[in-house]
Structures are given as C-alpha cells and as structure tokens.
Ligand binder design. Structure first.
Ligand SMILES: CC(=O)SCCNC(=O)CCNC(=O)[C@H](O)C(C)(C)COP(=O)(O)OP(=O)(O)OC[C@H]1O[C@@H](n2cnc3c(N)ncnc32)[C@H](O)[C@@H]1OP(=O)(O)O
Ligand SMILES: Nc1ncnc2c1ncn2[C@@H]1O[C@H](COP(=O)(O)OP(=O)(O)OP(=O)(O)O)[C@@H](O)[C@H]1O
Length: 765
C-alpha cells in the first residue's frame, strides 16, 4: 500500500480529539486487507483495548466482540473506537446503534466491500428481506447504494479504497478552534442544592434538572401539596437525560425523599444511580449509607431504588417520586399505569436508533395530556459525549433518516380528497427524490412507534413491499405501506401448519399456525402494514380515500386485502368503515403498543371470500370463550367495536332451547338470575353485537355491561364500580333491563313461544 492508512488514522483521531467530535474511516475493499490495515491502526492509536469494540460476524481482534444482532448492548455506553464489519451484510439498525456509542475524539471504522460493488452483494440482512414466495435474488441493494452516496457526500468521513490503493476522501474538516462554553449557573430561585447544578455538563442538562424541581411538594400555605405533577425529558441519544434524572434523584434523596426509579432494564438506569451517588457524596450535610447500581440510601432517610417496571407499578404508593427512564421502550399500557403516581418523571429518547420512541410520542402523549398532571416539558438538544454539530452524527441522521419529518403543516393544510393525487412510490423514485423519501419515511415514523432504520432498507429493497401515497401539490399527505402475503406453495403451507416459521406473511401465518387453517396461505393478498395521514389533515377522508385507491389498483389481481394493528375502538371503526372485517384478536398484548392486535380482511375474490367467511364465523364463535380467558382484560369498548366489525353474515344463529329461553326471559322479565346459566346470555349478546340490529337500541353503558358481566364474567361489585352503578343490585337490575330488548327481538318477535310466554306472564304482574 502506498496510502499511509495508519498515519492517516492518526491525523483523523487527532482532529477528532481537538474538536471533541468523531470521525469515520471506511476501509473499502478486500476483507483480509481491511483487517490487516485495521490491526496496524489499532496498534498505533493510543486507545485501550477495553475502549474498542468490533461489531461483526467474527471475533477477530483482541477487543470486545459483538455480532450485529447484539449491537444494542452498546446503547448508552461509550467507546473510543468501534469497528463495524459489513462484509457479510449490514443491518441498518446495528449501524445506528454503534454510531451513538463512539465518544467525542473517537473513530468509527467501517469495513466494507469495494464501494462500487457493495450494493450488488447480498448479505444476511438481505436474506431476511427475501420473504416467501420471493427469492433472495429479488432483493435489491438500493439502501447500500444510498448509504455509499452519503458516505461520499458527508464531511468527517474518510474513505480508503484498498483495491485502488488510494485515499478517496481524507475526512478531515479542519475545524475552527472551539470557544469555551459559558459557566453554568442555576436560576436565582433554585431549590435543589447548588451542587446539583454545578454537576451539569450543558445548559440543556441544567434546565432539565431545574424542571425536576416542580416535583417537590410545594410547601407554601395556599397549596395542599396534593397537586399532581409530571416532568417529561425528551432528547436524542447521549444528551445526558439519564444523568439529569440522576442529579435530581440525588437531590430528592438528600432532601429525605424516597425515589423509585424504573427502566426497561436496570442497565439503562445505571447513570441515574451514578449521578445520584456522586451528588450525595459531594453534599456536606448528607452522607451516603448504602450505594450500588440499583440502590442509594442517605443519612437524611432519603433513598433512590430501582424496580423492574412491573414491580414498580405495584409499589407506586410507597414512593414520593417516580422516575421512568427510557420510557419510550416501554409499552403504552405500562406507561399509563405510572400516571397513578402523583409525582412522576419520564425520560425518553426521540429519534431512537433502536426505533422505539414513537409509542411514547404517538399514543402516550395524548393520555398524559388527558391526565390531571401538570406537565413540565424539557428537550435536551446539546450532545454530551461529543460536540454539537458532530459530522458523524449528522451523517448517521441523514443516512438512516433518523430525523425524517413529514412536510411542514402549512404545505398540506388545504389537502382534501379532491386536491390529492394517488401515487405509487417506486423505490427508484424515492431514491431519486430525497424530499419525497424524507416526507414518506417521516410520516411513517411519526405515525408509528417502532419504525426503525431496518424499515428504511425494507422500503427501498424488499421485494414484497409496496408504498402508495396521496400527494397534495407534490407533498405526501397520506401514506400506506403494503406487503404482499399468501400465494404460498403447498410445501411452505404445510411447513407453516406443522409449526415452522415463515418470514413476512403475518396474516397467513396466524391464520394457519394459530387458527389451524392449512389452506389460509393459498390465496394471494395484500396487507396494509401501515397507514398514516399527516396530523394536519386527518379526519377529512384522506385515509379512506387512500384505501379506496389501493383497492381499485389491486382488487383484480388479488384475493384479499387485509391489515393487523394494535386494536383501539377508533381504529377498528376506521377500518370497518373502509370495508375491512375482523377475523381475529390476538391473545396477548402487543409489546410496543400495549394493545391486543386485531386482524381484519376485505375479500376481493371468491377464494378471498371463502377465507374471510370461515374465519369470521370461527371468530364470532370463539369470542365469548376468549373473553373469559385470554381477553378477560380487553377494554369493553374494544370488545364491542371488534364484534361490530365482524361480517354480519357471520353472526352465530340464535339456537337457544326452550328451557334456555325461559332462563333468559326469566332473568329479563321475571325473577330469574343471570348467574345460574350465563351460556345462553353469551350467545345472545355475541349475536346482538355482530348483527347490530337497527331494531334494538341500547346505551353504551348497557353494552359495556354486556361485555364486563356477560362475556368477561367479572363479578357484580367490580362491574357496578367500573360502570358507576350505585350498587351491585342496581347493576343486576340494569342487566335484566338490557336483556329485555334482546328477548323481544330474538325471542318474542321471532315467534319463540317460550320467550313470549315468559314475557306475557311476568309483564302482566
Ligand atoms: C395497520 C395500521 O397502520 S393501523 C394504524 C393506523 N395509523 C395510525 O394510527 C397513525 C395515526 N393515525 C392516522 O394517521 C390517521 O388517523 C388514520 C390513518 C388512522 C386515518 O386517516 P384519516 O385520513 O384521518 O382517515 P379518514 O378521514 O378517512 O377517517 C377518519 C375516521 O376514522 C376514524 N378514526 C381513525 N382513527 C381514529 C382514532 N385513532 N380514534 C378514533 N377514530 C379514528 C374516525 O371515525 C374518523 O372519523 P372522524 O374524525 O370524523 O371521527
Ligand atoms: N452531569 C454529568 N456528569 C458526568 N457525566 C455525565 C453527566 N451527564 C452525562 N454524563 C455522561 O455522558 C454520557 C451520556 O449521558 P446519559 O447516559 O445521562 O445520557 P442519555 O441522554 O440518557 O444517553 P443515552 O440515551 O445514550 O443513554 C454518559 O456516559 C454519562 O456518564
């Protein structure tokens, strides 16, 4: 080699150190040569082996090694040098995770095939995109093509062409000397000890610590101290939010308060405990009596303790203040449970490299706003591990679209179904038009928790995916991500039926493997994986219009359209209004959304109709039993809308025996009791919800009573309390009243003698 790779790496490192920024070094070409150069570089740089990590398929260096799939272990940690070996494939998520771990003054080294050839290589990640019936050869390399373009276009990235023996870019930016940051000072009225503020590294962190003061009970006379307060800290990775929470926790503990800290796992909260301990050790009138990575106790009687989220929820009442770190990685239902605490703080990552984060901003934000907490918000912008404007971070955000945004609101403010145009978003068009790509991906990210860098690669390269949009004056206002499913050969179907896993194919997979329908994978379908309308233009019929256009485009070539999503009554209603019908509710809650998932189908051919009809019937038949089992905590409104969105033709027949009619009509009109024989009531109630007859008009409260008592089998006192009846007795009478119209409609009006007889006998009294 005539290129002095070692000398060059040393200059990059020197510049990075001077600027407190990171630099990237790409060693493109033969893998063995890449490792030879790399070893020489590592030997020369004054970096400890313990500060170096290799992420890739083989453990080839003496430093820490992680496969790409485990790159998440680097989240929240700091390294001087991280090497990502992409020769056997590149997981976009892994790239995002490793970039965040490189410290200011550090190097990110990428080992890649020759850049010209890279997009044509197929690696392990590409195999995951080859969803049956598609083949690996149908997966494209656009994500990598774009990645290479960004590597070449961005500052701070050096590219060594090992094949051509040349330095393609030197990556040096020659930064201006940095101006010393102004000293940090707390506000004049601060209530935490000054030391808590002196420990802050940035102004943003100081303001975040300051926000926590709102959680101190107000000692003034006017206040009872009983008001409810919440703090929300939002930041990109590495802005010091865990540390801010830790400094506040330390200040609370020093004040004698009991702070409960929780996070998806204890490792996430390590910085909280570290900062809390450091602060308490610095304070003169407080001593630390016990400290480890999950616990801190002080001589003032204060403490900070860690509990896993589930345990934490049960202990809210024992703490003065609750801190939820990495909140975005917890399910929304769990987050909601923390709102039972009067004083609670949530620290959360936006633009999460791991793709979490949107559950928080999409769904939890609304629930927080509806709660009776006063909310104090802080956003931490300034990075801590490296200087603001760090070129490697700028590159990573662009390459992985971590900061993609939908169009700004004024651009789509006038959009409605008349002004928009339906557009196929071909991957090549997206690649050629960065604004279109950013708007599309930005809308998907904003509307959905768990949109991650891997999804960008899927959008560009996966053969089973299609994207469609409604555009208003060239801007994306509504977008749908569609996946081809089904159309599977007999061998694949058998494999699925016998318990094997098949990639993609969510609907055929569940219908086959869980619901035991071996031919469910035969018809060809299209699943709407995601749909989102710009928040500025919702409820104007755009989402419905987009679904209509999708149906027009695909109906002739496919057997069914379908969807699966975390079920809320609003969304079930949206899909039902667009012709989709429920065929299944999952039996466990979705980790990310905290909801049960609904699967819905809209058939477009005879084969699709067959599939839809039999699954609708099976669903209506099993629903009551599920309600007193896996779905016994399903929200009553979701249960009502789920049943209402089953195809009416699937309503199970009313096949009550004369004796059962006497039991039901006796409870409605006479002295009979529901409790002695709930079965026939359940069948009637399921029939009523699915058929949704115009002739029967019940209040929502009575319908919720049907769900809670008749379907879910909750006891009377519980139901009475939830639905705010004065007493269990009143609740029992309300159920009797609610059943009357069902006895009339399905029994008496349908000419069932037993029902008529009972009704007449007791109505006369
Ligand atoms: C497979 C999936 O992607 S499911 C997840 C769907 N996407 C999301 O939740 C992302 C955030 N939400 C959105 O982007 C939009 O609300 C969409 C895509 C659900 C609907 O798009 P819109 O353009 O508003 O649809 P459109 O105007 O045709 O229909 C709106 C109607 O759907 C119903 N609806 C849709 N979402 C909800 C909801 N979350 N809560 C209550 N009702 C809802 C309502 O009946 C609403 O009518 P209304 O506003 O007059 O009450
Ligand atoms: N006030 C501080 N004093 C000492 N070290 C700090 C301080 N604030 C942040 N740090 C260090 O900076 C790094 C990032 O801080 P922290 O983990 O608090 O940020 P974060 O926003 O929660 O980051 P991540 O999302 O990556 O977990 C950590 O290594 C932490 O030890």
């Amino acid at each position: 080699m005539t290129v002095d790779v070692v000398g060059h790496a040393e200059s990059l490192r020197a510049e990075a150190t001077r600027a407190n920024e990171r630099r990237a070094l790409v060693l493109a070409g033969d893998r063995e040569r890449g490792y030879d150069e790399l070893e020489a570089v590592l030997d020369a740089l004054p970096v400890a082996i313990t500060d170096t990590t290799l992420v890739g398929s083989e453990d080839r260096l003496r430093c820490e090694h992680l496969p790409q799939a485990n790159a998440g272990e680097l989240l929240g940690t700091t390294r001087e040098v991280v090497i990502l070996d992409a020769h056997e494939g590149l997981r976009p998520n892994a790239l995002g995770k490793v970039v965040g771990a490189v410290d200011g003054g550090g190097l990110l080294v990428l080992l890649t095939p020759p850049l010209e050839a890279w997009s044509d290589r197929r690696g392990a990640f590409d195999e995951s995109l080859a969803v049956p019936p598609f083949q690996l050869s149908e997966v494209t390399g656009r994500f990598r093509r774009r990645l290479v373009e960004t590597l070449r276009a961005h500052r701070g990235i050096s590219i060594v062409d090992l094949e051509g023996d040349r330095l393609e870019f030197d990556g040096l930016t020659d930064p201006a000397p940095r101006i010393a940051a102004p000293a940090l000072e707390p506000s004049a009225t601060h209530r935490f000890p000054t030391e808590a503020y002196e420990a802050c590294l940035t102004v943003d962190q100081l303001e975040a610590v300051d926000a926590f003061e709102s959680l101190l009970a107000d000692g003034s006379d006017e206040s009872t101290g009983a008001d409810r307060q919440a703090v929300v800290l939002e930041a990109d990775r590495g802005r010091g939010k865990s540390s801010a929470a830790g400094l506040a926790a330390g200040a609370f503990a020093a004040d004698g308060l009991d702070v409960l800290v929780t996070a998806p796992n204890a490792r996430n909260a390590a910085e909280v405990f570290e900062r809390a301990r450091e602060l308490c050790e610095r304070l003169e009138d407080v001593d630390v009596t016990a400290a480890d990575s999950r616990r801190l106790e002080t001589t003032t009687g204060g403490r900070v303790r860690f509990h896993e989220p589930a345990e934490a929820v049960d202990r809210l009442e024992t703490a003065d203040i609750v801190v939820v770190d990495e909140a975005a990685a917890l399910p929304v239902s769990r987050l909601e449970a923390f709102l039972a605490a009067d004083r609670v703080a949530f620290a959360t990552t936006i633009h999460g490299y791991e793709g979490a984060g949107r559950g928080f901003s999409v769904r939890f934000r609304d629930r927080l706003a509806e709660s009776d907490h006063d909310v104090t918000d802080r956003t931490l912008v300034e990075p801590i591990r490296y200087a603001a404007g760090d070129p490697v971070e700028v590159w990573a955000f662009r390459a992985l679209l971590l900061d993609a945004r939908p169009p700004v609101a004024p651009l789509v403010a006038d959009a409605d179904p008349e002004t928009v145009e339906y557009r196929r978003l071909e991957p090549d068009d997206l690649l050629a038009d960065e604004t279109l790509l950013r708007e599309t991906f930005g809308l998907l990210v904003l509307a959905h928790y768990r949109t991650e860098p891997n999804d960008l690669a899927r959008l560009l390269d996966a053969p089973n995916l299609e994207a469609r949009a409604l555009v208003h004056e060239g801007h994306v206002v509504s977008v749908a991500l569609l996946a081809r499913e089904g159309n599977l050969d007999p061998a694949t179907r058998t494999m699925m039926y016998e318990g094997g896993r098949v990639r993609g194919n969510m609907l055929p997979d569940v219908l086959t493997s869980q619901l035991r329908d071996e031919s469910a994978g035969e018809p060809a379908g299209l699943r709407v994986v995601r749909i989102a309308t710009h928040h500025e233009a919702r409820s104007r019929g755009l989402g419905s219009r987009l679904l209509e256009c999708v149906r027009e485009e695909f109906a002739d070539e496919l057997d069914w359209l379908g969807t699966g999503f975390g079920a809320t009554s609003g969304l079930l209603e949206f899909w039902r209004a667009n012709g989709y019908r429920t065929v299944h509710l999952s039996t466990t809650r979705n980790d990310a959304s905290g909801e049960y998932s609904a699967l819905m189908l809209a058939p477009t051919s005879d084969a699709g109709r067959d599939l839809h009809d039999r699954h609708s019937r099976w669903f209506a038949r099993r629903f009551a039993a599920l309600c007193s089992d896996a779905l016994d905590d399903l929200e009553p409104d979701v249960a009502r809308t789920a049943l209402r969105s089953v195809d009416r033709a699937a309503a199970p027949p009313v096949d009550l025996s004369d004796h059962e009619w006497r039991v039901v009509a006796g409870a409605a009109y006479g002295p009979g009791l529901f409790d002695v024989d709930p079965g026939p009531f359940r069948r009637l109630v399921v029939r009523y919800f699915v058929e949704d007859p115009d002739a029967v008009d019940l209040t929502e409260r009575k319908e919720r009573l049907f769900v809670l008592r008749v379907l879910q089998g909750r006891d009377w006192p519980t139901v009475a309390e939830r639905l705010e009846y004065h007493s269990p007795g009143q609740c029992m009478r309300a159920l009797g009243d609610a059943v009357c119209p069902l006895v009339d409609y399905y029994g008496a009006d349908a000419g069932v003698d037993a029902a008529i007889e009972v009704r007449e006998r007791f109505s006369e009294k």
